[in-house]
Ligand binder design. Structure first.
Ligand SMILES: Cc1ncc(COP(=O)(O)O)c(C=O)c1O
Length: 490
């Protein structure tokens, strides 16, 4: 089956896409629109591309249900989603996976101890500030060559459970941005012994369930909740996500209440309808499409591994402790023998070959494929890399780029206490011993070396100075020039 054909078929099929059907029905009624939104069915948009979106951008009028009290099409669409992903209850998100993570953290309650991997996405910080929960961080397994986190070992979790009491919930990020999947089954079983629910930030893994040759989804592996950023890997509009609550999740009603609290009272129907359509598309065609995309990506990976100067790992990721699998559609290109860094490679690909990759790091770029890429896209990447390999000077030996990462500093305040306290600005060189009011996360590895509430250690100061001297991009600090840091004014 051709991907293009699948796209056209979808709408004609109109099976099990209740939100879309209700929107179409409402359009067909041709009502006089004396309600929100102000663009009145897209007529207010001057650009024709937007008019089409506007035609289905309605709000909570009779027949279209209410996300805050779903009893009609939205309830049915959420039920269908729960069925597709094997959840007990699924809640639609219109502010990305970010809001699902925040709901789960808020539901834990103030001062609750929560186990978090140090590679938690920055949306966790917002969740910690909103909830007042107290993070207990678990170290990640880093890849020495890439300098990024690939997993958390079950043993690291076991050690934290033995040394810290009163932990109420635990999170993992799986798959990681780079596509590696954790030992979720083993970790979920371990946590179960301590009666701690495992919640997984599966923002990048919503497609796994639709093909048995992909890693198993977190809920299938025993996690009790998972969060999907659907748009990342599925044919769904950006910002649409789902929060899934699995069997035995202990405080579902509270999470639902938090969802009500953190969700707009005007959730976007195009976003929610796209969840419905994306889910139905993948249920109907996903297996075939994912198979084809996997084969094409593997073929492309093999070609890249034959190009001097580049390497693309797949099964080799499994050699890292705690890595149980990887997403076959994440294609990481490591520069092992060219005089070129990842940022330069990314720019070259864009400027000379019309290819935009997902991210660039010091010695790599990450290409993200989906079943909805054109067949040529895989080919174009391999051809471009082959061309670059011939044009650029080769060097021998890998670049050793990464200094040791500082140990996780002690927490003096919760992130919420730190956020709400008065702050002052100090020079980084003079910040040792103070309580940080900011996060600083160099990229890569995207792991914070400090978060609000942690005490700035000598190692952190040294590391921040190293980042400044080497002009390594850092997320989170107000002062982009890395001269100063905000600290709690105690
Ligand atoms: C691992 C991970 N979790 C959560 C998020 C947040 O997702 P969203 O941007 O959909 O809110 C991201 C975003 O990139 C992410 O990479």
């Amino acid at each position: 089956m051709k991907i293009e054909a699948a796209g056209r078929e979808r709408v004609g099929d109109a099976v099990n896409i209740p939100i879309y059907e209700a929107l179409l029905e409402y359009c067909r009624e041709r009502n006089v629109l004396l309600h929100m939104p102000g663009h009145k069915g897209g007529r207010g948009f001057t650009l024709s591309e937007f008019q089409a979106v506007g035609m289905v951008d309605f709000t909570e009028v009779p027949g279209l249900d209410d996300l805050h009290n779903p009893r009609g099409v939205l309830s049915e669409a959420q039920r269908l989603a729960a069925e597709a992903w094997g959840a007990e209850r699924s809640l639609f998100l219109v502010n990305g996976a970010t809001s699902g993570i925040q709901c789960l953290l808020l539901a834990l309650g103030e001062e609750s101890r929560v186990l978090l991997p140090r590679n938690a996405h920055r949306s966790f910080l917002g969740g910690l500030v909103i909830s007042g929960a107290r993070p207990i961080f678990v170290e990640c397994e880093m890849d020495a060559t890439l300098g990024v986190a690939l997993s958390v070992r079950p043993e690291s979790i076991r050690a934290k459970l033995s040394s810290c009491s009163g932990i109420k919930g635990a999170f993992l990020v799986s798959p990681t941005y780079y596509g590696t999947v954790n030992e979720i089954k083993e970790i979920a079983e371990l946590l179960l012994e301590w009666e701690i629910p495992l919640m997984v930030d599966e923002a990048h893994g919503s497609h796994f369930i639709f093909h048995p040759g992909y890693p198993r989804a977190a809920l299938q592996e025993g996690a009790q909740a998972s969060v999907h950023g659907l748009h990342k890997t599925m044919p769904v509009l950006t910002q649409a996500g789902i929060l899934h609550l699995g069997a035995g999740f202990p405080w579902s009603d509270r999470v639902q209440a938090c969802h009500g609290l953190l969700t707009s009272t005007s959730p976007s129907y195009p976003l929610m309808a796209s969840i419905d359509i994306g889910r139905a598309t993948m249920q109907k065609h996903g297996r075939e499409l994912l198979e084809q995309a996997k084969e094409r990506t593997e073929r492309c990976r093999r070609r890249i591994n034959g190009i001097p100067g580049f390497v693309s790992r797949s099964w080799e990721f499994l050699e890292t402790d705690g890595v149980a699998g990887y997403d076959p559609l994440k294609l990481l290109v490591e520069i092992t023998g060219l005089d070129l860094d990842g940022y330069q490679l990314s720019r070259l690909l864009r400027e000379h070959y019309g290819i935009q990759v997902e991210l660039a790091g010091d010695n790599h770029v990450l290409a993200m494929f989906s079943p909805f890429n054109r067949p040529d896209d895989w080919d174009n990447l391999a051809v471009a890399l082959s061309d670059i390999s011939q044009r650029y000077a080769h060097r021998s030996g890998a670049r050793n780029l990464f200094p040791g990462f500082p140990p996780i500093p002690p927490l003096a305040f919760t992130p919420r206490e730190s956020f709400l306290s008065p702050h002052k600005t100090v020079k980084i060189e003079e910040s040792k011993g103070m309580i940080s009011a900011e996060m600083a996360a160099p990229y890569p590895p995207g792991i914070p070396c400090i978060i609000p509430g942690e005490i700035i250690t000598a190692e952190v100061v040294e590391y921040l100075i190293y980042l400044k001297q080497n002009e390594i991009p850092v997320q989170g600090l107000q002062d982009r020039s890395l001269q100063s840091i905000q600290v709690v004014n105690v």
